[in-house]
Ligand binder design. Sequence first.
Ligand SMILES: *[C@@H]1O[C@H](CO)[C@@H](O)[C@H](O)[C@H]1NC(C)=O
Ligand SMILES: *[C@@H]1O[C@H](CO)[C@@H](O)[C@H](O)[C@H]1NC(C)=O
Ligand SMILES: *[C@@H]1O[C@H](CO)[C@@H](O)[C@H](O)[C@H]1NC(C)=O
Ligand SMILES: *[C@@H]1O[C@H](CO)[C@@H](O)[C@H](O)[C@H]1NC(C)=O
Ligand SMILES: *[C@@H]1O[C@H](CO)[C@@H](O)[C@H](O)[C@H]1NC(C)=O
Ligand SMILES: *[C@@H]1O[C@H](CO)[C@@H](O)[C@H](O)[C@H]1NC(C)=O
Length: 430
Amino acid sequence: MKIKIELKLSRFIWLFDSLLKVLLALEDVAVYTQPVFEDPSNVTAIAGNNAKLQCKVHHLENYTVAWVNPRGTILTRGYLKITDDTRISTDRNVDEDWNIIIRNISFEDRGFYNCVINTAPFPSVNRVHLHVIVPPRIIGRVVHAPVVVREGETVTLVCNATGYPFPKIHWFRDRITNDFKQAFDTVWRDGLWYKLLKSGINVTDLPGDTLVIRNITRHCAGEYQCRANNGLSREDTRVFKVEVHFAPEVSMLIPRLGITLGSETVLQCSCSSSPIGVCVWKKDGRDLRISGKYELNPYNEGHETITLGLTISHIQEEDLGRYECHAQNELGQDSGYTDLYEYRPPVPPTHAPTARPTPRLITPDSGYRPVPTKTQKNIFDDENFVFFRPSTIKTPSKYSSESRSSSLGVAFCTLVIGFIGLHFFTSLSL
Ligand SMILES: *[C@@H]1O[C@H](CO)[C@@H](O)[C@H](O)[C@H]1NC(C)=O
Ligand SMILES: *[C@@H]1O[C@H](CO)[C@@H](O)[C@H](O)[C@H]1NC(C)=O
Ligand SMILES: *[C@@H]1O[C@H](CO)[C@@H](O)[C@H](O)[C@H]1NC(C)=O
Ligand SMILES: *[C@@H]1O[C@H](CO)[C@@H](O)[C@H](O)[C@H]1NC(C)=O
Ligand SMILES: *[C@@H]1O[C@H](CO)[C@@H](O)[C@H](O)[C@H]1NC(C)=O
Ligand SMILES: *[C@@H]1O[C@H](CO)[C@@H](O)[C@H](O)[C@H]1NC(C)=O
């Protein structure tokens, strides 16, 4: 009941109000002919573009329209341009239009512009707000040279950006074609959250102006990209290359090898180092070079690792002994060894078949000379075979815990993120 009455009452007031307005308007026209503004509309523009500020006036009669900028400077009066700012011009399509255009606007142009009519006793004012968006820009010198550190050191990458609204900075790791993709795990360790990046393949999206990588490992080497974005489609990016140097590490595929005289064999070692150093095979302190007897086959395995194969043909007694694989760079050196010894196959019974079996590679045993049993006989009857312990290959546990490999062979890299107090708009200069 009460609601109904209130509704009726408000309706009545509305009617009365409208009527009053019409009467007053009639009176205006008849007596004062006051100019009337059309509703103002705010303007949002991107720095560098042009902005059109609109002021539409009806019943201007003898009055004059002027534009005043946020700092109180008169830009135009009537048809005249007052300011000497060459970027400003008037724009009038019809008589009611008193628009101005500001070309190549800058952040400093933002604020309230007043379209003023010199009515008395008080001027009539229409306020138009010019909102200026500044695309993100990463500031500071672009450095093309990589950031070079040693394992265990700390790397700090800084991406200072300007823009309005203030851009958000995100960090990405490792480029896949043109795209940086996202993937990371977060772990809690020693009172800090760490992001474990999956090296090589996947990337992360880390917020902050500064990326700090503590206690860096070789698996953190690569490209890091920061992206500054403030919601515009245009974003600014910068790429930092990080090179991690480490002393060589040599790992041997075959530490001990039994061989029959007169045959041929291949020894292999893997040398990892950064920067790339030398990786050579030696015997009795002497570098082995390609010759009739030796053949060297390097394979680039990527990730600063090469595998160096050494083929020794027609093995004689003097070829037996210790072979050293030696790697060296400016940070240090490492060696691995393979012992070549003579293996005499069991003397076959005199009634054995005379046909020579084809040479065959024998794969793992656990490091002892197996006694041939009946089922193994066929294998160990072969004249040429290789005999090794795969379990002595250096395991990744030699590396730091941060650079351990997962069961999938994916290496991890730990990153710690820091911030610089730049989350306000400070150093914009246009
Ligand atoms: C214009 O912008 C100002 C400042 O942002 C705001 O206060 C005002 O309400 C806006 N006016 C219109 C008509 O949108
Ligand atoms: C407009 O100007 C005319 C003459 O130029 C004058 O007679 C008239 O009074 C003026 N009107 C107003 C509202 O100032
Ligand atoms: C980034 O900004 C900070 C704070 O203003 C300044 O100390 C630093 O030198 C800047 N770094 C770069 C690379 O521009
Ligand atoms: C890496 O990213 C790809 C595609 O985004 C995904 O399929 C793959 O599982 C990710 N690998 C890891 C180790 O997270
Ligand atoms: C750096 O990493 C290595 C291996 O990951 C670790 O043994 C060492 O304690 C770490 N050092 C610091 C200062 O965190
Ligand atoms: C726009 O203004 C900026 C300074 O605010 C100036 O550096 C630039 O040259 C101008 N561009 C044009 C096309 O006038």
